[in-house]
Design a protein around this ligand. Structure first.
Ligand SMILES: [Zn+2]
Length: 216
């Protein structure tokens, strides 16, 4: 764990051979992404379509590691989790198990619904040293979550999906008449519960990444 200070330190472990340190513009200065001072920086030329400027800092260049991440689509087109041992891309159906049970720290966790934003920029200085409460980014939202809460909510969502409640009703907290009926004598209790959890980020994540079990 020694020396792991930010996301780029974790990336370096897995992409050592792919990070191009030889063909840079040789700029001396600080990196606009991670802030590290380097003497092999690339010119920071960002495309006009680049919309993540607010997550960058003042600086002179882009260091080879940040340049690599910026230009490698896997970091914006996939959900992923990274620690010293592995860099894992995740299918939507796999995400819940890692939300409830993340990798050993230090780790960083990224989710995307757009598959195109440079949301990893939010994680540069947000690697986690705890598995219980941790940061993750979902596109340009930085979220701080409690894994035990996600676990409890996941169980609740599974139950409610089985009862025929739709994900959109769970998100809004407003049940349709037939859903209310499906819940029979539990309906009032569930309504109260939904009022309480609506708007909590752990509840949102549990809904987005819990899937109804396929019927055989
Ligand atoms: Zn950098």
């Amino acid at each position: 764990m020694d020396g792991i200070k930010n996301l780029l330190d974790l990336v370096k472990i897995h992409y050592k051979n792919e990070i191009d340190e030889n063909n840079s513009n040789g700029i001396n200065g600080s990196c606009i992404v991670c802030g590290n001072f380097v003497n092999d920086g690339f010119k920071a030329k960002l495309k006009p379509t680049f919309t993540s400027g607010e997550f960058l800092q003042n600086g002179d260049c882009i260091c080879p590691t940040c340049n690599f991440v910026m230009n490698n689509p896997i970091f914006r087109r996939k959900n992923w989790i990274i620690n010293e041992k592995e860099f894992r891309t995740l299918k939507n159906t796999e995400i819940i198990q890692f939300l409830v049970n993340p990798l050993d720290p230090p780790f960083a966790f990224y989710l995307t619904r757009t598959y195109k934003k440079h949301g990893w920029l939010l994680l540069v200085n947000r690697i986690n040293f705890s598995r219980k409460m941790y940061f993750l980014a979902m596109d340009y939202r930085l979220l701080f979550v409690d894994k035990d809460k996600i676990k409890r909510f996941n169980e609740k969502v599974t139950y409610l999906l089985e009862k025929g409640i739709s994900k959109s009703s769970l998100l809004s907290g407003k049940l349709k008449l037939h859903e209310f009926r499906n819940l029979e004598n539990k309906a009032k209790e569930i309504m109260k519960f939904l009022e309480r959890v609506a708007g909590q980020v752990e509840w949102e994540l549990a809904i987005l990444y819990t899937y109804k079990k396929k019927k055989r």
